[in-house]
Design a protein around this ligand. Structure first.
Ligand code: NAG
Ligand code: NAG
Ligand code: NAG
Ligand code: NAG
Ligand code: NAG
Ligand code: NAG
Ligand code: NAG
Ligand code: NAG
Ligand code: NAG
Length: 639
């Protein structure tokens, strides 16, 4: 072996699958995917997954929809429960509880925070740690669930010492539950019934005719010649009638018809001979110094290589890829290995493209997304979907070739950014103050248009209530529909309004079970909690839902450094006056006093938030703070 290859040895042993050549994968960027949109076909009709859903070959228009069997439903607001009976699958949509926080009880959706599923029945939880008693829920601390499996009853537990006896409870200190022929009765502990009962449950275990202690002893030997051994450890088992063995270090092996205890490293244990009783699987080992195991063989890593799956030692390993079912060893002086496939060695080969080797110096070859294309024209490039094309001859837009070179792409089409706008792969003529909302464009200054998480709404259809409309995720929430929007850092969910329930982040909890502080739930009624303080609603408000007067006056944005009980420390704070389109930098750190920390939602240090004098807001519509600031100024500023 020449010293040139020596450094390679080390990593070949630790990382057998790595090819020696550098992979040269052309990943298409996320931006390219976004530009191509999310088009699919449904029975030959092309649609965008942001705009419709295809359920069992039927197209249903609407944003943010999922399929429940053949029905569409909104994940933000509803749950799909499925149940299989024999060969048929039934699916039902329950509205008023998002699938993201629900569970199914048969075909019924429920909120596992406040409810429990007991034998296919949804029951209200009496306590956060409730258990099932038949079809009802009970509190194990305060109650007992008594009776036979199909005849359960919930009793208020008289004391911690009490236990069930049929449908009654008894004090285990003074009474017992005993009885004959299925009729259980509670009797005083001194009674004959109780004495017989305790004698019965404490019945000793026999080894032959002698009692023995199952915990500390072993009963060994053939059935008519039993012998009790003091158990050495819990790992010990019987070997012969007189011997026990440690299952971790020994095996029990039959030599000439006699069971004997042998060391686990002995040849007896190693070559599992069918010695009975069965010893643990033999563990191979290497005895020579500086050797390691390769499969079942020992070798010296200083001298040889281990091809794990081939289990032999030879040259370099080229592990099996799809082109070759068996692993291969090869001589690096004659071959190169790319992703498990061998190519003949040439001095210029220095790159892998999937399973093929090529050289950066080679002309007319192009590696796009791990596929090597040969005999290409000079000047060709990989398109955004990783197919070679020649930018001098045309433009490819999401695999569609267009004759004119140097164009911008919008989905599969080209577009002219001077006169058109491209929204998620769909192009539109440019209009005044045009912004994208999902695949649509709208005038951002039009107060009647609202963009909720990529879904555009025209509020004029709401009549006089349009001012009160709010976004909740992609759904437009109006005061008429009796829903509650609970929102956390990354989720906005809509719930059917219920008495006694409140938002904690995106969860909707029962205030008699839980309390919420700064977006975190805890079981209610814990010592040291100020209940009145704890139950203030904690939810994020979106900048998107602020009215224009509020949004445009003065808004601050900054990165949370830390949050304490009384204040939040921000850095890099900008004060934005939307109406005047002015942005001013405030000195760091900026401290926001909070009257009640429980009231404010869960803040993540390092993330940017909007805030005013009292409240912290988030922006569910934009991915970056820069886009959020741009949104505010675009929405507010009038020349
Ligand atoms: C087993 O242990 C008990 C008490 O620990 C002892 O009295 C007894 O002699 C032991 N039996 C044997 C066979 O070692
Ligand atoms: C058996 O051999 C292995 C590997 O050499 C060693 O780690 C282990 O301690 C040995 N076990 C006993 C019981 O000698
Ligand atoms: C393992 O490698 C050796 C070369 O050292 C070869 O002869 C043998 O066929 C290989 N075995 C398998 C299963 O590929
Ligand atoms: C790259 O190739 C993989 C595997 O063939 C494929 O799944 C993926 O979609 C390709 N990526 C692009 C951007 O074409
Ligand atoms: C919104 O709806 C109203 C009434 O249907 C209509 O007059 C108006 O043009 C719509 N606005 C937009 C931007 O489509
Ligand atoms: C705007 O919102 C603020 C705070 O939510 C509220 O006090 C004010 O009345 C609202 N103004 C209009 C015009 O709705
Ligand atoms: C906006 O500009 C006007 C005119 O320059 C000024 O009077 C007003 O105070 C400014 N408002 C804010 C909030 O900066
Ligand atoms: C915030 O609290 C600190 C200390 O409690 C106080 O000195 C400061 O003036 C407060 N700041 C504001 C803006 O109320
Ligand atoms: C509130 C809301 O947007 N609900 C929609 C949920 O999805 C159904 C389609 O199944 C629409 O009809 C609803 O308008």
């Amino acid at each position: 072996m020449s010293p040139l290859w020596a450094p390679g040895l080390v990593w070949l042993i630790c990382s057998i699958t790595s090819p020696p050549l550098r992979g040269h994968a052309m990943e298409s960027s996320g931006a390219a995917k976004k530009a191509c949109g999310h088009r699919k076909t449904c029975m030959g009709i092309v649609y965008d997954i942001d705009e419709a859903v295809c359920c069992e070959n039927r197209l249903h228009p609407g944003a943010g929809l999922s399929c429940c069997g053949k029905e569409p439903f909104n994940l933000t607001l509803a749950t799909c429960c499925k149940e299989r009976h024999g060969g048929t699958l039934t699916a039902t949509v329950s509205v008023g509880l998002s699938e993201k926080v629900s569970a199914c009880c048969g075909l019924q959706a429920y909120n596992p925070l406040n409810e429990i599923c007991c034998q296919s029945t949804v029951a209200a939880k009496p306590v956060p740690m409730a258990q099932c008693c038949g079809t009802r829920a009970f509190d194990e601390e305060e109650q007992l669930c008594c009776g036979k499996i199909h005849d359960k009853m919930i009793l208020t537990r008289t004391s911690k010492r009490h236990k069930c006896c049929g449908h009654d409870q008894y004090d285990t200190m003074t009474h017992c539950c005993c009885g004959v022929t299925d009729v259980l009765q509670i009797q005083l502990i001194q009674s004959k019934c109780c004495e017989e009962y305790s004698a019965q449950i404490l019945q000793p275990k026999f080894c032959g005719k002698v009692t023995f202690d199952v915990e500390r002893q072993l009963c060994c030997g053939p059935i008519h010649d039993k012998n009790i051994l003091n158990r050495t450890s819990s790992r010990h088992r019987c070997c012969s009638g007189h011997d026990q063995y440690d299952t971790a270090t020994e095996c029990c092996f039959m030599i000439n018809g006699v069971l004997t205890v042998q060391g686990i490293n002995s040849t007896f244990c190693q070559n599992d001979p069918g010695g009975r009783p069965k010893s643990p699987a033999p563990r191979p080992y290497c005895t020579e110094p500086d050797t390691s195991l390769c499969g079942s063989l020992c070798y010296n890593p200083e001298e040889r290589h281990c091809c794990e799956r081939n289990q032999t030692m030879s040259h370099w390993c080229c592990n099996s890829g799809p082109c070759d079912a068996t692993p291969t060893v090869y001589n690096p002086r004659t071959h190169v290995c790319c992703d498990g496939c061998l190519s003949e060695w040439k001095p210029w080969l220095d790159q892998c493209c999937g399973q093929s080797a090529y050289g950066l110096a080679q002309r007319r070859v192009l590696c796009c997304n791990n596929t090597l294309y040969k005999d290409r024209e000079d000047g060709e490039e990989c398109s955004e979907i990783s197919f070679p094309f020649n930018p001098a001859k045309g433009t490819t837009c999401c695999s569609q070739f267009h004759g004119s070179p140097g164009q911008h792409c919008c989905g599969t089409e080209t577009y002219r950014p001077h006169s058109e706008i491209c929204c998620n792969g769909h192009r539109h003529p440019k209009v005044e103050n045009g912004h994208c909302c999902g695949i649509h464009t709208y005038n951002i200054k039009d107060p009647q248009m609202k963009c909720c998480a990529r879904t555009l709404y025209n509020l004029s259809s709401l009549g006089k209530h349009w001012l009160e409309a709010q976004c909740c995720g992609s759904i437009l929430q109006t005061p008429q529909n009796q829903n509650v929007c609970c929102s956390s850092e990354d989720e906005e969910l809509l719930y059917s309004k219920k008495k006694g329930l409140r938002c904690c982040g995106h969860l909707y909890y029962d205030t008699s079970l839980w309390s919420c502080c700064a977006g975190k739930l805890r079981p209610a009624h814990q010592p040291g909690q100020d209940q009145a303080k704890m139950n203030i609603e904690s939810r994020f408000q979106s900048v998107n839902n602020l009215n224009k007067t509020y949004l445009c006056e003065e808004m601050k944005i900054g990165t949370v450094e830390s949050a304490s009980l009384r204040s939040i420390v921000f850095t890099g704070v900008l004060k934005i006056h939307g109406v005047n389109a002015t942005v001013k930098a405030l000195p760091s750190p900026y401290i926001l006093n909070t009257t009640d920390r429980c009231n404010s939602p869960l803040l993540i240090p390092g993330k940017a938030y909007f805030f005013d004098g009292f409240k912290v807001f988030t922006d569910f519509n934009h991915d970056t703070s820069l886009l959020s600031v741009h949104y505010i100024i675009s929405r507010c500023y009038h020349l």
